[in-house]
Write a new protein. Structure first.
Length: 263
């Protein structure tokens, strides 16, 4: 009998695999250790999350007198968490739980404890999205799941999560960019490509720029190696124009925003 809700089963499998991938961090968490690295992980990531959550939950989204001698939290921390989609969703969930008195405190220790569970959920979505993209490309379910595991369970993901947590968010958007490229080639539909660029730019300008460079390399390769018979011909101006325009948009966005990037 075929499973009625394949996406539910796939996401549950991704969640289990993600938890298994974090087994060592969970075992350390039980012993009172955190999925937080030294230096930037402990001294920057956690205080910034605490500060931003307190600002956002109190309705102050742009400026804080507690930030140095007073500064714009939204602009100054745009490289970190102020525009992070994952953090914004996390903050909304935490605020709801705090309002229901499920959570009593949201101090730095709370965010340190929560880091491993946030990472498990984020990685589950990374695995799910990547597996679905591979399946869309015609790869078998087992191979798609295996490929997603190789992508998501890489040492680079865990290293980024431990030391610079927001770095790992970029793992979510790259598969969406690749899906957008494939949608243009296979179906001549640019919607996913536009959405992936938009959400990448909103989330973090720096990683949007890096992911677009990787996507540009992928597009270049795909122009010369079609995967289906119904694809846009490689010389058709409409496809090339679309890719060039929005790849250029990402580069311009980076150049405009790099002045606010912390040194």
């Amino acid at each position: 009998m075929q499973w009625k809700y394949p996406n539910v089963l796939l996401f549950f499998s991704c969640l289990v695999l993600s938890a298994a991938g974090h087994a060592v961090f969970l075992s350390q968490w039980v012993r009172g250790h955190f999925m937080i690295g030294i230096d930037d992980g402990a001294s920057q990531m956690m205080p910034f999350k605490k500060l931003l959550y307190e600002q956002y939950s109190s309705g102050e989204f742009f400026y804080s007198f507690d930030f140095g001698l007073g500064a714009g939290t939204f602009s100054e921390l745009s490289y970190y968490f102020s525009t992070s989609i994952v953090f914004l969703i996390t903050a909304a969930v935490v605020f709801a739980l705090e309002s229901l008195h499920v959570i009593e405190s949201t101090d730095v220790l709370f965010w340190a404890n929560a880091a491993v569970f946030i990472s498990i959920i984020r990685l589950a979505f990374v695995l799910f999205i990547t597996a679905r993209v591979f399946a869309y490309m015609g790869i078998s379910r087992l191979s798609a799941f295996t490929g997603a595991a190789l992508y998501g369970l890489s040492g680079m993901y865990f290293r980024h999560t431990v030391y610079w947590e927001f770095f790992a968010d970029a793992y979510l958007w790259l598969p969406l960019l690749i899906l957008g490229v494939e949608k243009v080639f296979r179906e001549q539909k640019p919607g996913w490509f536009l959405f992936a660029i938009a959400i990448s730019l909103i989330d973090n300008f720096y990683f949007a720029y890096i992911n677009m460079m990787l996507t540009a390399i992928y597009i270049t390769v795909r122009l010369f190696f079609p995967l289906t018979e119904s694809e846009i011909p490689k010389g058709k101006p409409s496809a090339l124009f679309l890719f060039l325009v929005f790849s250029g948009l990402a580069s311009v966005q980076y150049l405009l925003c790099q002045r606010s990037m912390p040194i």
